[in-house]
Design a protein around this ligand. Sequence first.
Ligand SMILES: Cc1cc2nc3c(=O)[nH]c(=O)nc-3n(C[C@H](O)[C@H](O)[C@H](O)COP(=O)(O)OP(=O)(O)OC[C@H]3O[C@@H](n4cnc5c(N)ncnc54)[C@H](O)[C@@H]3O)c2cc1C
Length: 474
Amino acid sequence: MCVISLHAVFIELSASIYIYPHTMHCISLKNLIFLQETILLLLPIILPTVISGQPAHSYYSYQKGTFCNPSTEIKRPQTPDQVIQLVQSAVRLNQQVKPLGNRFSNTDIICTDGIPVDMTNINHIHFDPKTGSVTAGAGTLLVNLAQFLHKVNRTLIHFPSFGRLTVGGVLGGGSQGSSLLHPTSIGDLVTQVKLVDGMGTVQVITDPEDLPALQMNLGLLGILLEVTMKTVPLFKITFSNELHEERVLHDGSVLKWARSFDAFSFWWFPSSSSVVTAQGVYEHSSNGDLPRGNAKTHLIPEQSSLSIAGGFGLIETLQASKSAGGLKLFESFTKTSLYAQVPGRQPVYSSSGFLLENPATGFASDLLMSTCWDKCAWENGDFSLYPEESSVAFDISELPRVLKMIKSVLDQEQAFFYMIGIFFRFSGKSGGLLSPNFRNESFTIDLVAAKRKNPFEDPKFGMAAYQAILQAMV
Ligand SMILES: Cc1cc2nc3c(=O)[nH]c(=O)nc-3n(C[C@H](O)[C@H](O)[C@H](O)COP(=O)(O)OP(=O)(O)OC[C@H]3O[C@@H](n4cnc5c(N)ncnc54)[C@H](O)[C@@H]3O)c2cc1C
């Protein structure tokens, strides 16, 4: 195969590699393809960086705190075959690849030196009525999966709390809902995974000995192409959110509720010695009919630009002026919004989106997963509310000790949990090898604070307490 001069011109343009045309006049097709791939991969790195002096292919997680600077632009394959070709080509060139879901991870777990591969176009879904299983492309959003299943009168037994996560991402990060009675992670429902491994080989994993390694895989075992999961007949949930005094944490009530409700979580507001619980009961169809009610959760609410900017400005001002009273009031507003109607915030459960229903009945996926589409709090440009979140899981037997530890820190250092209180979720035993609830019941604590406008210069209010709690937890 003899080379055409166009390739030589191409090489000259890349500025870093210059090969005279006459040195290339007889080259094998394999080498030519290799050369062409190398050039195509290097060109986009070299040219923009040389021209602008800026990192060429930077990208963020869902918020701007996590910044990745790979050597290659994000690839967006449209089909599983394109993913496979991409990996095989990367293997030939000794490049790394990193699959990305919807980038809702808050850490640099989504960063790579090599080729970032956005999987969101791999979103085919197929339901098999014979087995009752659904197979979804790894980039499928959970909310789209739930809507598809709804049409065939099926659903998953449980969901994490946000609908815009991808199937591949929740297996990567081991995302959990909150229940001691049902599997909380989608990984626990998986019966088959099709992936392309680090050698570019496609593997179909069905062996129950191997699947637990994939349940929470951090994106390190290859790129998941599609995932087959068990489904159940469509069902509804009735959720009731209730305000309690803090003593329910210590008198055994919360653990008793966690063991008796199909879905259970709670938010602790230490500054007002109170707790709000979310108690969910699964409503199955007995004679083909499900109970009335089409409520959805708006725990992560849809918001207007104005209200996000207002919230952002208020929190920034309260933090800058170290206003303990103001932040306590904000915390109280958040607490009330979890069980009652408050002005300026979408109700936590509602069919209309405007009027609170508590208790609320609706389809399981609609009440377990929130899905702000148009504007979530972090999607408002420079006036976004960016959460800084730390999640730590413990064996369930540790609950009294951890509650006591948090209380003793807060007795010494003031902090307010005005975003979502201190959020507690529960998970029954899982088979996932890396899952925090591997063979053990666990609970997870989420500590969330709003980032300051300049998070590197300006400390958040209550930083000492947040840090002390986190250090004591890990
Ligand atoms: C608003 C919000 C709500 C959340 N709610 C919950 C919750 O209720 N429970 C909970 O446990 N967590 C929750 N999380 C955390 C979230 O579930 C995880 O961060 C999840 O991994 C993000 O999914 P993603 O699709 O955005 O994946 P990404 O963040 O893009 O990726 C996460 C990991 O999965 C890997 N990955 C992605 N796709 C693939 C693939 N096709 N093959 C192999 N690996 C892949 C990535 O490489 C990375 O390691 C929430 C986060 C946010 C921002």
